[in-house]
Write a protein that binds this ligand. Structure first.
Ligand SMILES: Cc1cc2nc3c(=O)[nH]c(=O)nc-3n(C[C@H](O)[C@H](O)[C@H](O)COP(=O)(O)O)c2cc1C
Length: 402
């Protein structure tokens, strides 16, 4: 029904209008008695093989919705009912901002891609708190935070801290977004000093809290290998919990199927979707290798099929996020990925059962992200899904989730 009826209808609208309609539809369905139940029945997939323990949080499945779709947390329940294991809201800025003039988001159907230069349009902190206050029991929510476009660089840390403090009690984890349009990539963005000027105040605030909220850093796919290594070193030497890799790309548009004329007409913006698949997985692999596999990585970028997700998990991601794939594949996409992962797990279990008895379970293959598998890096308490280092960062009192 989605492919035959709803997708052509949505694709006949501009992508921003289609996004608005989709959000309204989802919210509307969420308000009808039985609506959420129906969505869940149609789309969500539950299976113990999908569960993951990452940074101390138990995820029902590893497939999340990436930031930018539900910017202010308006549609958490229906989005979760579509089968996402978690939803990252944002990017939220302290004050509301309108973003860049329209049109500013474009589909590239021949490339299964999107170009956007929205400029972090969002309703701001207060509206987000209002939405989150309604509660989201049973739904894991990440808050992606960023500075206002007109905040001068020297005041950026204050923007991030204000968001972190005010959203702390409502989010399960945070993503610090320094890679988006309004804090664009320059040489300084990924230096240790700049990163810590933003992150340190967040760590200080967290130390005074009774509950622990993991902090992730979202990076651009346009970083050089040297910059990726530098960020990974920050990850390993500070209380930063993990990395979200990656955002859309400002890089080259060589090799796209969309004509040069159309691309010129579209103009600047971040490219996401299929052209990102390979680079995003490479980045995840590089971080994973350098960090020894001990730190959580959320893989994002060009995950357009279950096979792309498998490749991202194989590269070392603990969780994944999708955006463009959701736009092109529709509401059943998270469920499709989950079903493919269940099939993999069942095949692996069958293969393990077929192994002769002397080859004990410890010899059997397990996925690279299986929290209790032999691939579990040393120094990791697999049962808790956290490294010993991360456990040490927990407050004295055992943290309890809201
Ligand atoms: C229209 C659009 C808006 C986005 N807005 C945000 C945003 O506000 N903050 C952010 O961190 N990422 C944003 N992203 C990036 C996505 O979260 C994701 O990292 C990126 O698109 C790569 O994943 P994909 O190839 O599955 O789309 C946006 C992406 C798109 C297409």
């Amino acid at each position: 029904m989605y492919r035959k009826l709803i997708k052509p209808l949505l694709f006949s609208l501009t992508i921003e209008r289609a996004h608005r309609v989709a959000l309204l539809l989802l919210r509307g369905i969420g308000l009808i008695p039985g609506g959420l139940w129906l969505l869940r029945k149609c789309y969500a997939v539950k299976h113990s093989a999908l569960e993951r323990e990452v940074f101390g949080i138990r995820f029902p499945n590893p497939v999340g919705l990436a930031a930018g779709f539900d910017r202010n947390g308006e549609a958490l329940r229906p989005l979760s009912a579509l089968g996402f294991g978690f939803v990252e809201i944002g990017t939220v800025t302290p004050r509301p901002q309108a973003g860049n003039p329209r049109p500013r988001v474009f589909r590239l159907p021949k490339d299964r891609a999107i170009v956007n230069r929205i400029g972090i349009a969002n309703r701001g902190l207060d509206a987000t708190v209002r939405h989150l206050r309604r509660g989201h029991e049973g739904i894991l929510v990440g808050c992606n935070i960023g500075k206002n476009t007109d905040t001068p660089p020297e005041n950026a840390p204050a923007d991030y801290l204000r968001l972190f403090r005010n959203l702390y009690q409502y989010a399960d984890y945070f993503t610090v977004n320094i890679s988006c349009d309004n804090a664009c990539h320059d040489e300084k963005t990924y230096t240790r000093g700049h990163l810590l000027s933003i992150l340190d105040p967040l760590f200080d605030f967290r130390r005074g809290q009774s509950e622990y909220r993991p902090v992730m850093l979202k990076i651009s796919p346009d970083l050089s290998d040297e910059e990726i290594d530098r960020v990974t070193d920050v990850l390993m030497s500070t209380p930063l919990d993990g990395i979200v890799a990656s955002n859309g790309s400002h890089g080259s548009r060589q090799g796209l199927r969309t004509s040069r004329t159309s691309l010129d007409k579209i103009g600047s913006g971040r490219l996401s979707g299929a052209p990102l698949t390979r680079r995003a997985a490479e980045i995840v692999r590089r971080i994973r290798t350098r960090s020894g596999g001990t730190y959580p990585i959320i893989g994002a970028g060009g995950l357009m099929s279950p096979d792309d997700v498998r490749a991202m998990l194989d590269a070392g991601a603990d969780l994944v996020q999708i955006y463009t794939g959701f736009v092109y594949e529709g509401p059943g996409f998270a469920g499709d990925i989950c079903r493919a992962l269940i099939a993999d797990a069942e095949r692996a279990a069958q293969a393990q059962a077929a192994v002769p008895v002397q080859n004990t379970a410890s010899d059997a293959p397990a996925g690279p992200n299986s929290s209790a598998g032999p691939d579990t890096p040393s120094g990791t308490d697999a049962a808790a899904g956290m490294t010993t280092e991360q456990q040490a960062r927990l407050p004295q009192e055992p943290a309890t989730k809201a």
